[in-house]
Design a protein around this ligand. Structure first.
Ligand SMILES: Cc1ncc(C[n+]2csc(CCOP(=O)(O)OP(=O)(O)O)c2C)c(N)n1
Ligand SMILES: [Mg+2]
Length: 214
């Protein structure tokens, strides 16, 4: 809304998952953006599962894209395993936003290669090997790499160089992070507010005294 009021040509792109699209605020956001014809692209990565909850148990709607209809905005469903198809769908949606034609909901049909998170989710408990195998055939990285190689735009050497460069960048970042002084428990509150509140300061002092009392 701020962008629209300022009249500049920026667009907001926001992402959620199939599970996230069941939240009330998802509908409120689309509804609000639709009423005010705001330059927003709502991307829903529909990977078929909300942690372990299957898409069919998530919504009775035939597609997530069709949820745009009720909000009176444009809805698009796209092959989320096809890099160029996603690029085109999002590019067009951004252009519509810039042209004052309001928001778009883009549903990308995709799959999650792995667990929802590393904190205990085990997809082998709710997905079959056959199902994962089918989706692996459609891996967008492999498909796009093959496409680029065929066009003479990418090669194994370039791939190796990029991987080596990325590894070095990560190693450098880890090294820098390791050099940062470790956060202490009393120090935890110091970076939350510009000026620590009296209550937080009191809690900090209480913590320090309690620790020293031990
Ligand atoms: C309001 C709220 N309810 C429940 C949760 C717990 N939760 C975290 S992620 C998640 C599932 C999200 O599904 P999806 O958006 O499809 O993500 P994916 O599992 O595909 O990574 C749930 C229920 C939460 N974070 N917030
Ligand atoms: Mg999901």
């Amino acid at each position: 809304m701020g962008l629209k009021k300022r009249g500049n040509e920026q667009v907001v792109v926001t992402y959620t998952g199939d599970g996230g699209s069941s939240q009330g605020d998802f509908y409120e956001g689309m509804n609000f953006a639709g009423v005010f014809e705001l330059p927003v692209v709502f991307i829903v990565q529909n990977n078929g599962y909300a942690i372990s909850t299957q898409r069919a148990n998530q919504t009775a709607a035939r597609s997530i894209a069709q949820k745009a209809v009720a909000a009176g905005i444009t809805g698009v469903q796209v092959d989320g395993m096809d890099v160029l198809a996603v690029y085109k769908a999002v590019f067009d949606a951004a252009e519509r936003g810039r042209a004052g034609e309001g928001p778009t909901l883009v549903e990308t049909l995709t799959y999650r290669f792995g667990p929802h998170s590393l904190s205990g989710d085990d997809p082998t408990r709710y997905r079959t090997k056959e199902e994962s195998g089918e989706w692996e055939q459609k891996d967008p990285l492999v498909r796009y790499r093959k496409f680029m190689e065929k066009k003479g735009l990418w090669s194994e050497e370039e791939e190796t160089a990029v991987i080596e460069e990325a590894k070095a960048t990560v190693a450098e970042a880890v090294k820098k992070a390791d050099e940062i002084e470790r956060l202490t428990i009393p120090g935890l509150l110091d970076s939350v507010f510009e000026h620590t509140t009296p209550q937080a300061e009191e809690q900090k002092q209480d913590f320090i005294s309690a620790r020293e009392g031990k």
